[in-house]
Every structure is written in C-alpha cells, then in structure tokens.
Write a protein that binds this ligand. Sequence first.
Ligand code: PLP
Length: 402
Amino acid sequence: MFLGEIMAYKYDILEISDRAKIDKENGNIVIDGCLGTFRNDAHTLISFPSVTEYLTRCSNENLDYTRILGPKTFASALGHWIFNKDYLEITKNKNIFTAATIGGTGAIYDIFKYFSDNDGAALVSDICWPNYFTIGKNTGLEIFSYSLFEEKRFNLSGLELALNEALKTHDHVLIVINDPCQNPTGYSLTNEEYTSIFSILDRYNNNAKSVDIIFDTAYIEFYAKKPLLYEFLKPNYKFNVYLAFSASKTFGIYGLRLGALLGFMKSKEEKIFVENSISDIARGSISSPNAQAIGTLTALFNSDRAVEKMRLNLVDEKTYLAERASKSIKIMKSNSIEFLPFDSGFFITIISPKNAYALCDQLEKMHIYLVPISDQLIRIAICSLSVGEIELIAKAIKNFGF
Ligand code: PLP
C-alpha cells in the first residue's frame, strides 16, 4: 500500500467518524462534524412520521426477491413522488427507464460501470463527493476532472476544457453534476449555468461522439427553491440525461440503502440497450434490490395522506437546516474563516488557514472531528451539529489555524 492510500484511508469520512465514535466511547465529549446525516441539536437522526408509520406497517412484508430493476409499480410511484405536479410534463412522450438501486451510490455505480464497459469516461469536478473517484476506480472508469469554481461561480470553461480532453481518447463521456446543494460546498447551480451546461451538451453531441449527463440529486429536497433541474427535464434531447435518486437523506433511511437510476433516453433503442446493460450490471453485483425498502416507500407513495404529510414535514426540516446554515455562515464570518460559495445543504467547506490535514489532526486531539478534503479545504457537516458546536469548531480553528 502506498503512503497516499494510507493517508486516504486515515482521512476517509467513515474512518474519521469511527475514530470519533471510539473517542466518545472512551468517555470524552466529542464534536463529530464528519457524517452527512441530518440530526437535531441533540444528535438524534431526523425522522419522518410517514416513514416511521410505513416502516412499522410493512415490517413483515416484501421479504421475497424482487425484479432486478425493482417493480414497475415502484418506478411509477417514485416518478410521481420526485416530479410531483410536473410528472406528466416531464414524462410524456419520453423514453424513460428506472432502476431501483442500493442507495444513490448504487445508481452512480451502475452508470459508471456501464460507461466503463463501453470505453467511456466521466467528468467530475475536483471538489466533490470523494466516492465518485472510488466508484470510478472500482468500475475501471477513467475520470477527468476540472476545478469546480472560477471566480466563485461554477467553472463552465473548465468543464468544457476537460470535456475536450476526455473526447480526445473516448467516444462516450458522462458529465457528473451533483446539484443542488453540492457535497461538500453547498453550492447550487443558477439557471444560466444550467442553460450553459445543456448548450454544451447540445454542441458536443454529434455522429462521432456522445456526451451524456447525470444529475446526482442526493440533497435536492433540502434546496430552498423549486429545483431548476425539473424544468430542464421537460424537453426531449439528442443525448441521455440520467438522474441519481437517493432515499437516504430525504426520508432519513440511510441504512436501508435505497436509491434509483432514472434514464431519460434519446431514443427507444437507446433505452432498451442501456436498460438491459444496467440490468446485467445489477444482476451481477447486487442481484436484486432491497425489496423491503422498495415496498415500504411504494406503500407510502401510494397514500396521498402520507405523501402530503411527508412533504409538509420536509418543508419544516428544510427550514430548520437552513436556519442552522445561516447561523453557521455568520459564525464563520465573525471568526474570519473563509468558506467556498454556499447556497444550501448539509455541508460547508472552509478554506483552512493552514494545512488542512495538520489542522484536522490538531483538532482531533481536542476531540473535534472534521474532514480534510485537500491541503486547503475542510468539510464541516453542519447537518449533524448544533449551532453551539459549530461555534466551538470555529473558535478552535481560529485558535489553531492563524
Ligand atoms: N451522492 C452524494 C453527493 C452524496 O453525498 C451521497 C452520500 O453521502 C450519495 C450520493 C449517496 O448516498 P446513498 O448511497 O446513501 O443514497
């Protein structure tokens, strides 16, 4: 094992969090700002009454195997949940397939594997959910990256340059966009940025090359406004648009492992080909998705009452998180701690006043656990911390960092 890999494991989110857990078990007062799970100020996982109700109701059901890509009833119910009032406008006259997966991670895995099997490549911003690189490594997919920001805005020219680079050696490229509430910055694309990305897709798709896109929407329900993506899903395109859905954050069921890959395909033939390929990948990896999680959410989706309650609860929780975020931003500013452009979501990324790994090591000695994501950047999971803890983190960084 190389030194870099040892470093990578030491600073892997789950590893750091495990150290925090052990520290706590040893009787210390620990601040764990690693994990992307949404918690209240007392650190209890945020749960939703509709989900709890259906988990209880369905606990003894759906114990059989299910279809490789999940039942068609799930696909339809999920589509209605995601697109809500826009469902018909988004889905009519489209070639759509839905694959139930093991978390949003499974959706990313399946599409990366498909691109890898077809000599494709993926484009990922340098600051991102690090698991994209791990999944790329595990599926043998070549990943090209570009800096996420240029002058505090999404770096469109960097994306285009990286795309050109990837197209020199690959005929199929997948652009990966995590929006809104990007992990780890909390940045959300503007309407103009969406328009520009779709215009790039339009320009680069020709007879020789194909460029597709996947939107990883893991945090979409925590975006303050109506997601811009849904407007952009309405037209038909000459390229494929994929959506990675995660049930983890939205429904507070991280451990149940449910997600989905939705494909808005450019033709019927393409739909059949990719759907069959994804089926094959799923059969050879997970074999069959989590029938119990699928059954539970399908039952919830089919109850208008439960759905309405769920949507109302989500508004409350989103507001709660937004209030915590705005207080966190104020705290960072008042301690002169710089951070990357933030809109909403589970995390903020601060610009470390000194080497981020060294600073995080020092903070760990004070029982504060954060995730260094590069030499200069540290991710703080505001989703699982109280405002008081965020204040303590800022003070500690100020004391050690400057
Ligand atoms: N995408 C992003 C950006 C994430 O941050 C995560 C989880 O942290 C996921 C996808 C996958 O989540 P899950 O596999 O739990 O659905």
